[in-house]
Ligand binder design. Structure first.
Ligand code: PMP
Length: 441
């Protein structure tokens, strides 16, 4: 989801929805009716097209690289459900494993062998995770990891980075420079410090100003919600060194990057080891999941062994575990990552050719299969620079593509995702439609 207030509460949200090329009568009716029952008609705010204007579409189903709306239109999808659909929508092996699991009881409320199986797979895939806990969303994973870090270190402060998104728990929404919300007590704000991403000096100064008070540095190793922003060379190593010097933990929020950038996540790609890692999205092939894990010594501070509380009725439920096991079994085959890289490379090569002839500057930013097409004058490396992204131009582009049958995140800044189900023909078609959309933007 797009996560900074600038993009969320854009004063004049662009309404770039052009003439409807595809009939959407049922979507329109449902949108009207649902808004009488659900605030804004959505269960998560960015689904409401706030940033791009116009009306959200009701989808009926997804299969592989495609989505189908309630009016029978087909789309090539790059929203990827905001990250989980790494194998495409409704991957058959995940569907049948979940069906078999649900038939045996969707939730047991006690230990289940599938928890062990998925835990082993996660620990094998991500070596910095010696022990793991399963929860139900990325938000829960980060909230719990932050509490664990604070409890383990017996310190209150955490440092996070402007423009990074970590879900909607109070501690990580506490800054008003970034994603903001009312309803969060001021004391939370005082305990969450913010520094710019990709700026080691700023982190160094912040740690120095709060010596022996910082429990953890919470970071997205690749930022995914202010344009896809890779870490500068040696930046993550520098963060690791500073954390060591100041006796603070590092929490990698790999809710998007985990199992997407590599089987071992961004930490494998950049070869930097965090103390705790948060996972979610791609881990369970579409089933709602979060997970956090790390060093045994830290994880064993959780109840029932230690003094840090975290619990959940649905945590580790057999259906989600089955989805996770099948997803990781599939992703353990490196061909998937070769394919994800090849398809995203193909897409970016094609779009780069088109961008040369486009009148405004476009920044094509990607790491692996996470990508963003930014209407910005120069490459975006931090939140401040992301403010230069032209949300109006993006809105026109987004709607032109949607009308032509390409579904992107409805946000100028959020990561789009290629899946292992996209074919070279899908990518060729996408490049052609992007070329047409840019001409009309
Ligand atoms: N961390 C990151 C990096 C995310 O991108 C997100 C979701 N976009 C979250 C945490 C929160 O995950 P969830 O939406 O599953 O609560």
């Amino acid at each position: 989801m797009p996560h900074n207030s600038k993009h969320l509460c854009h004063p004049e949200a662009p309404s770039a929805e052009g003439p409807l090329l595809r009939p959407l009568p049922k979507s329109r009716l449902l949108a009207h009716e649902i808004s009488q029952y659900i605030p804004g008609g959505v269960d998560s705010p960015f689904r409401a097209f706030n940033e791009v204007g116009g009306h959200t579409i009701f989808f009926q189903s997804g299969s592989g690289a495609y989505l189908y709306d309630v009016d029978g239109n087909k789309y090539i999808d790059y929203l990827g459900a905001w990250g989980p659909a790494i194998l495409g929508h409704a991957p058959p092996s995940v569907v049948s494993a979940c069906q078999a699991a649900i038939a045996q009881g969707a939730v047991i409320g006690a230990s289940h062998e599938s928890e062990l199986e998925l835990a082993k797979l996660v620990c094998q895939a991500v070596p910095s995770i010696e022990k793991v806990r399963f929860v139900n969303s990325g938000t829960e994973a980060v909230m719990s990891a932050v509490r664990l870090a604070r409890g383990y270190k017996k310190r209150d402060l955490i440092i996070m980075f402007e423009g990074c998104y970590h879900g909607h728990s109070d501690s990580v929404l506490a800054s008003d420079k970034h994603t903001s919300s009312s309803g969060i007590p001021g004391s939370f704000k005082q305990n969450t410090l913010l520094v710019p991403f990709n700026d080691l000096q700023a982190l160094k100064d912040c740690l120095k100003a709060h010596t022996k008070q910082v429990a953890a540095i919470l970071i997205e190793p690749v930022a995914g919600s202010m344009g896809v922003i890779p870490p500068k060379p040696d930046y993550l190593e520098g963060v690791r060194q500073l954390a060591n010097q100041h006796d603070a933990l590092i929490i990698f929020d790999e809710v998007i990057t985990g199992f997407r950038l590599a089987y071992g996540g961004a930490q494998a790609l950049y070869n930097v080891t965090p103390d705790l890692t948060c996972l979610g999205k791609a881990l369970a092939g579409g089933m709602p999941i979060g997970a956090y894990g790390g060093k045994k010594e830290i994880m064993d501070r959780l109840l029932p062994l230690g003094d840090v509380y975290q619990a959940g009725t649905f945590s580790g439920n057999p259906v989600t575990m089955a989805g996770g096991i099948e997803t990781l079994r599939a992703l353990a085959n490196p061909d998937n990552y070769t394919r994800l890289e090849a398809r995203t490379h193909q897409l970016f090569e094609g779009v780069a050719q088109i961008a040369k002839t486009f009148s405004s500057p476009l920044q094509l930013q990607r790491v692996g299969s996470m990508f963003s097409i930014l209407f910005a004058p120069k490459p975006v490396t931090n939140f401040q620079e992301s403010l230069a992204i032209d949300a109006h131009k993006f809105a026109k582009f987004f709607h032109a593509l949607l009308a032509a049958g390409i579904n992107l995140p409805p946000s100028a800044v959020d990561a789009a995702c290629v899946s292992a189900a996209h074919s070279t023909a899908d990518i060729d078609e996408t490049i052609k439609l992007i070329s047409q959309a840019l001409k009309s933007s």
